[in-house]
Write a protein that binds this ligand. Structure first.
Ligand code: SAH
Ligand code: F3S
Length: 485
């Protein structure tokens, strides 16, 4: 199954960048979880490069090992604990090696980490990375170090991320941090704090810089991008108190999209994640207006049952979601839509599950990311509701959801057969050295024979065959969008 939020093949990938010969210490950094974590690791590497660290992919030669962690489901946390056991074995051979835990697990467990996992020297929450130089000094002097303070305004807008293990073509640009939605199953509002938006000028500067360096596509990242709001700094919830001037010059997500699309008209613009309750028509209209904004929306719904949506504190109904889908299809007829779905939320009945399946029938999503409910300590659901759907039932429902999604995926890929579509080449196909892999505007993977095309080219590909997640074709020439030097 296509998995983009948590990219399985990237989980735990050790990131490295070009060496600075003046640097003497070695950093090994591993990331788990969502794109935001991978993006944050690029910020951490940038901060530590100034502290004398070069990155390495060899655990054994590292002076400092950092693991950027995820708390979204119990399994994600178990994976990290297993890795810490491995680090412990290496530390026995190399006692000088220091180990730090970053990200959501650091935030959730705080100093408890130091007691539970004896090998951890440093615990750093997602808003405290600028404090790393001080924290490192602490551990160099033999003390443990913890900073898990969440911030109201940290966006790292002023840190130029180093692009780790990049394909040189696509990059992530973070635009908001935190989340205020408080979905009852979700740990993110607790681990990543209040929602705040980054200065649009620093976003545009980063995009312009990426274009200069040859990148062709960016994805604007946030837990809930539709909620983006800049009025000179400050939390979204304080917008009411802003001055008239601040309100008049504020930038919402639709406006930000337009600014990005205009800044680099040949750069592909994507964004993730959208939230049904916050996505407004002006966002869809802006997408339709600019050819370089890709026709793809990741629009998690989690459940098709109104009763469960309410219990999840998703502030929309099934019917309102359908209206949004209808509007998207009306304004952008060839827009791809993907989902996140949770099976077995507390109290979910067979009828609720059938409502999920019938919602999927209505939308026929192009892709999906589907999970069995995992109770997270501290969330409203954990406090108020018993995790009462048996594991076997959760799993069976999840399988039914995944099977239906596979069927819809195939239905959607088949709609591309016979068409000629623009594809941006990202790299060699995983299955064949003779083929390129890229994506069309709808974010579907396309593979085709390499011929003389190169990574980073925009190519028109005639689609001849498909699976439920991949299109197979043949290039017929460059796209008008292709840039030649
Ligand atoms: N808005 C975020 C969502 C983060 S979590 C984003 O940018 O993608 C990603 C997905 O994980 C959620 O949409 C949800 O489907 C799933 N998820 C979150 N908490 C979960 C839990 N407790 N159990 C199972 N799945 C969960
Ligand atoms: Fe989590 Fe809901 Fe925010 S899923 S990240 S609380 S939109």
């Amino acid at each position: 199954m296509q998995e983009r939020i948590i990219e399985e093949h990237k989980q735990g990938e050790a990131l490295s960048l070009q060496d600075n010969s003046a640097n003497t210490r070695k950093l090994y950094i591993e990331s788990y979880g969502c794109q935001m974590n991978f993006s944050d690791s690029e910020i951490v590497a940038s901060i530590l490069a100034k502290e004398g660290f070069n990155t390495t992919q060899e655990l054994a030669e590292a002076d400092l090992v950092l693991v950027n962690t995820c708390s979204i489901r119990e399994k994600a946390e178990l994976t990290v604990r297993k890795r810490l056991e491995k680090f412990n074995a290496v530390k026995k051979i190399n006692p000088h090696m220091k180990v730090g835990v970053l990200g959501c697990m650091a935030e959730r467990l705080k100093s408890k980490f130091l007691e539970e996992e004896k090998i951890v020297d440093m615990v750093v929450g997602p808003d405290a990375y600028k404090d790393l130089p001080n924290l490192l000094q602490e551990i160099d002097e033999g003390r443990n170090a913890v900073n898990v303070i969440l911030s109201k305004d940290e966006t790292y807008g002023d840190v130029a991320p180093v692009r780790l293990n990049s394909n040189g073509v696509t990059a992530f640009v973070s635009i908001t941090r935190g989340c205020d939605n408080m979905c009852t199953f979700c740990v993110v509002p607790f681990t990543r704090g209040r929602e705040r938006s980054r200065d649009p000028q620093s976003i545009i500067d980063e995009i312009n810089d990426l274009w200069q360096r040859g990148f062709k596509e960016i994805t604007l990242l946030g837990q809930n991008v539709d909620s983006y709001l800049w009025y000179g700094g400050g939390l979204k919830k304080d917008f009411d108190k802003a001055s008239e001037m601040q309100k008049a010059t504020s930038v919402n997500f639709a406006k930000l999209l337009e600014l990005c699309a205009l800044a680099q008209p040949k750069m592909r613009i994507r964004f993730s994640t959208s939230n049904p309750q916050d996505m407004t028509l002006d966002v869809i209209e802006t997408m339709a207006k600019f050819q370089n904004i890709c026709n793809y929306i990741h629009l998690p719904v989690q459940s098709g049952s109104n009763r469960i949506l309410k219990a999840m504190n998703r502030l929309h109904t099934r019917e309102e979601y359908f209206t949004l889908i209808d509007n998207i299809r009306k304004i952008i007829p060839d827009c791809a839509i993907s989902q996140d779905m949770i099976s077995g939320f507390p109290t979910e009945t067979e009828q609720d599950h059938q409502d999920t399946l019938s919602l999927m029938e209505y939308v026929k999503y192009d892709f999906g990311f589907m999970f069995a409910y995992s109770e997270r300590p501290g969330t409203m659901a954990a406090r108020k509701l018993e995790d009462n759907v048996p594991t076997a039932v959760k799993k069976r429902r999840l399988t039914e959801i995944i099977d239906l999604q596979r069927k819809h995926g195939l239905y959607r890929t088949q709609q591309h057969l016979g068409k000629t579509e623009e594809v941006l080449i990202e790299g060699t196909s995983k299955k064949s050295d003779a083929h390129w892999m890229g994506r069309n505007s709808q974010n579907t993977v396309v593979v085709f024979p390499k011929e003389d095309y190169q990574v980073g080219d925009f190519v028109m590909v005639h689609i001849k065959d498909c699976t439920s997640a991949t299109l197979i074709g043949e290039a017929v020439g460059y796209s008008d969008n292709n840039v030649t030097d």
